[in-house]
Design a protein. Structure first.
Length: 259
């Protein structure tokens, strides 16, 4: 597939998706969303890809959200039919491998929602975040009113959604919205360190771990605990689990095959 609004690369067992509309602060139009979806599905189907990284081109923006130039011609039926932003969020959450958001600048609206869907977030120290949709007389439409309160708390989330205000990167770190905040010159290095720390582990165990943690956000504790027990048991039916235990006992590095 030829990509026009993103850069998609696969190297060193990693899939790199770069939103590539820097002149529009990497705003998401229909074309960009379709290309991100295609790249994510490519990563899903490629067993060589163990970790996915999503970032933005340039130094100003991860993504400023939706391309507002498309809004005047949209009506309810159009929005319900063209649910690209929501589909991206769903794919990221269900992808059976870790997804890291490498946030190189502001992340607003749909950009913030895409970022929040990722498993880990590393942000440059000049980044800031928000859900400014209220300024356009709409609300967040891809998880902003659902995920943000779970991450930073109801009151602060309501403040951001109701006022269209922003959250500084240090506030985001303190509230658990992001994992790491680093200077720009350390951004790529930090993401690579995290990716390599995950790539060395069993991809099948990583898949099961992601399912388990995601389940905790969607179910009552008792249901989640039972699900965890079942997923833990499933691990013992994998070749990687046997290899991991054997390697530990033999005092050597394991060779995981994702089976």
């Amino acid at each position: 597939m030829e990509y026009k609004t993103i850069i998609f690369e696969k190297k060193d067992q990693m899939g790199w998706i770069t939103l590539n509309r820097p002149e529009a602060r990497n705003a998401q139009n229909d074309t960009l969303r379709a290309e991100v979806i295609a790249a994510l599905e490519d990563c899903r189907n490629d067993d060589e890809v163990r970790v996915v990284v999503i970032t933005g081109a340039g130094e100003k923006a991860f993504s400023a959200g939706a391309d507002i130039s498309e809004f005047p011609r949209r009506y309810p039926a159009d929005v319900l039919r063209q649910s690209g932003a929501r589909k991206i969020v769903d794919i990221i959450r269900s992808l059976p491998k870790p997804v890291i958001a490498m946030v190189n600048g502001l992340a607003l609206g749909g950009g913030c929602e895409m970022m929040m869907a990722c498993d880990l977030i590393v942000a440059v120290d000049s980044a800031y975040f928000g859900q400014p949709e209220i300024n356009l007389a709409v609300i967040p439409g891809a998880g902003g009113t659902q995920v943000l309160p779970r991450l930073i708390g109801e009151k602060k989330a309501k403040e951001l959604v109701f006022t269209g205000g922003t959250l500084t990167v240090q506030e985001a770190l303190q509230r658990g919205l992001v994992n790491r905040v680093v200077p720009r010159e350390k951004l790529l290095e930090t993401v690579m360190e995290l990716a390599k720390a995950m790539i060395k582990h069993s991809p099948v165990a990583m898949k099961i771990a992601k399912i388990a943690v995601n389940k905790s956000l969607d179910t009552p504790l008792a249901v989640g605990m039972e699900s965890e027990r079942e997923l833990f048991a499933i691990c013992f039916g994998t070749e990687d689990q046997k290899e991991g235990a054997k390697a530990f006992l033999e005092k050597r590095k394991p060779v995981f095959k994702g089976k």
